[in-house]
Every structure is written in structure tokens, then in C-alpha cells.
Design a protein around this ligand. Structure first.
Ligand SMILES: [Zn+2]
Length: 298
């Protein structure tokens, strides 16, 4: 058994995961995000109360927004007071033992590769298409990590030129670059594309609902979105050739993507056939905590 924690912008969720993938305890508290010290105390208290329910001491993994930089400080965390803080060091001091920390998109990929939609695959790309576009690469149920802590972070690659031809003008990204994949494939990106085409401001969820009901402009917009996603995933397939790509995040709920994206991939992949499967996630909200528990092998 292992403990997995999902430290998010609205909640801190902790689970005890059995080696067969069953969750046997679950605790959740709201994230009181204004002060780092409060988050740290809440986090430590939650872990200690999970440990207290068990006979043995368990390994602990924590999934967070952003990631731990090589200088020991957290970076790229949105909506939560962690940036610049030495979270790993501080929580280890509080608990008195070693823990592991990973980015939440990496935890998502790991959860699906170990116990979810991609559990029979050797190579997996887990990709979040939601508020942002993160990703993680898992090979043989192990996360691929590198010296820059950014493996799988495809969202801030520039979108391929042929996908860029489908938008009306350059899109500025908060990271300072233009035309990042995230400016196109995030929920906001889809909304912008719909606005460009129709002059109407709708959320990604509303666009998907209208397409479901047979509303033509929404269907046309989703078809373009599927094509853009196919272009961008093809670059991943050409690089790491994963057996399975699992979609996560809010836009992974759009059922038509699992039919259209595979059909649109082939022309953009440098091969005459594409065997990579694109599948919906098994875990919704729970993927962060499950993936965090998987940071320690069983
Ligand atoms: Zn960017």
C-alpha cells in the first residue's frame, strides 16, 4: 500500500492505494491557498491522519501543479501559493521522512498507465486538454523524467505550421511565446476558435453541448479542433511512438474526439499506418492522487 496526495487549487485529496489499485481510504480538505504555511500544515496533517489509520508506515507521493525545479523550489504553479517555495524539503522536515513530488499531469499519465486506460501498454503519453495542456510520458510504468523536469510538456511547443493555418491570427500565450499548442487546444483555445468563426462567445462545454444537439457551426468548430489535435498528437507519435495516448482534462469528455482524431492522424504521422490508440481516461478527479501513489513502485 502507498499514500497518494493530490495538492490542487481547490482541494487537497489523500488516498491509501492498495497494490491491486483499490483505494481503501480517502480524505479530502479544501485548499486554504492564501498562505504557504497553512497549505503545508494542512498537507502534513492530512498525511499524518492517513498514516495513523494503518499499522505500517507507508511511502508518500504528492502531485502538485507546476513542478519542482532543480534548485529545489517550486515553479509554474498556477492558482496556488507554491511558486518559489521549497515544498519537498519543507514537507519532509515536517514529516520526518522522504516523500516524492511530481507534476499533476505526470501523475495523471502514471495513474492511467499503472491502473487505468493504458495499463496494458508499455509506452503511454498522457495528455491533459483542459484549462491548460500538460502531458506526461510513461514507459514500462515508470515516468520519464529529465534534467529540466519538463518531459511531456508539449503544451508550450509551437503548434505545427499546418495547424496554425486554421486560425485567423497569431495567439499570444501567457508564457510569452506565440501560437503555443495550449492557445489552440485548451478550453480557452477552443472558445477563441469558435469566436473567430461565429462571433459568439461560448465556453468549451457549451460548444460541445451544441455540437451534440446537431448545431452545425459547433460541429464544424469541433471538427477543426479534432484536426488540430491530430496535427499536434502526430508530432508526439513521431517522437516517442506511444502505444496509447490517454486524453485527460475537461475536453477529454468530448466523445467525438475518440472517433475523429484517429481518423485524422494518418496524413501527419511519418508512416503509412498508425497503431497508436487514443483513449478516454479511466479516472476522473482521482487520477492525481492515484498517480502520486504510483511514484513509489510496489
Ligand atoms: Zn505557451
Amino acid at each position: 500500500m502507498r499514500i497518494g496526495i493530490d495538492l490542487g487549487g481547490t482541494k487537497i485529496e489523500g488516498i491509501v492505494l492498495r497494490n491491486d489499485g483499490e483505494i481503501i481510504h480517502k480524505l479530502r480538505v479544501p485548499t486554504r491557498g492564501e498562505y504557504y504555511e497553512v497549505i503545508l500544515d494542512d498537507l502534513a496533517a492530512l498525511i499524518q491522519s492517513l498514516q495513523a489509520r494503518l499499522k505500517d508506515h507507508l511511502s508518500v507521493g504528492i502531485g502538485t501543479p507546476g513542478c519542482l525545479s532543480t534548485n529545489g523550489e517550486m515553479k509554474n504553479c498556477n492558482a496556488i501559493e507554491l511558486n518559489g517555495k521549497r515544498l519537498l524539503e519543507d514537507i519532509e522536515i515536517k514529516l520526518g521522512y522522504e516523500v516524492r513530488i511530481e507534476n499533476d499531469a505526470n501523475c495523471f499519465a502514471l495513474s492511467e498507465a499503472c491502473y487505468g486506460a493504458a495499463q496494458n501498454a508499455r509506452s503511454v503519453f498522457g495528455v491533459i486538454v483542459g484549462t491548460g495542456c500538460g502531458g506526461g510520458i510513461v514507459i514500462d510504468k515508470k515516468l520519464v523524467t529529465g534534467p529540466n523536469s519538463i518531459s511531456g510538456e508539449w503544451g508550450h511547443n509551437c503548434m505545427p505550421a499546418n495547424a496554425r493555418a486554421m486560425i485567423s491570427g497569431d495567439r499570444e500565450c501567457y508564457c510569452g511565446r506565440i501560437n503555443c499548442i495550449e492557445t489552440l487546444l485548451s478550453g480557452r483555445g477552443l472558445s477563441m476558435s469558435y469566436f473567430d468563426a461565429t462571433g459568439e462567445q461560448l465556453s468549451a462545454v457549451e460548444i460541445a453541448e451544441r455540437a451534440e444537439k446537431g448545431f452545425k457551426p459547433a460541429q464544424a468548430c469541433l471538427e477543426i479542433y479534432a484536426d488540430q489535435l491530430a496535427h499536434c498528437l502526430a508530432t508526439v507519435i513521431n517522437m516517442i511512438d506511444p502505444e496509447v495516448i490517454v486524453l485527460g482534462g475537461g475536453l477529454s469528455n468530448i466523445a467525438s474526439l475518440y472517433k475523429r482524431v484517429p481518423a485524422l492522424l494518418r496524413p501527419h504521422v511519418f508512416n503509412d499506418q498508425v497503431h497508436t490508440r487514443i483513449v478516454p481516461p479511466t479516472f476522473g478527479d482521482a487520477s492525481g492522487a492515484i498517480g502520486a501513489a504510483c511514484l513509489w513502485e510496489h
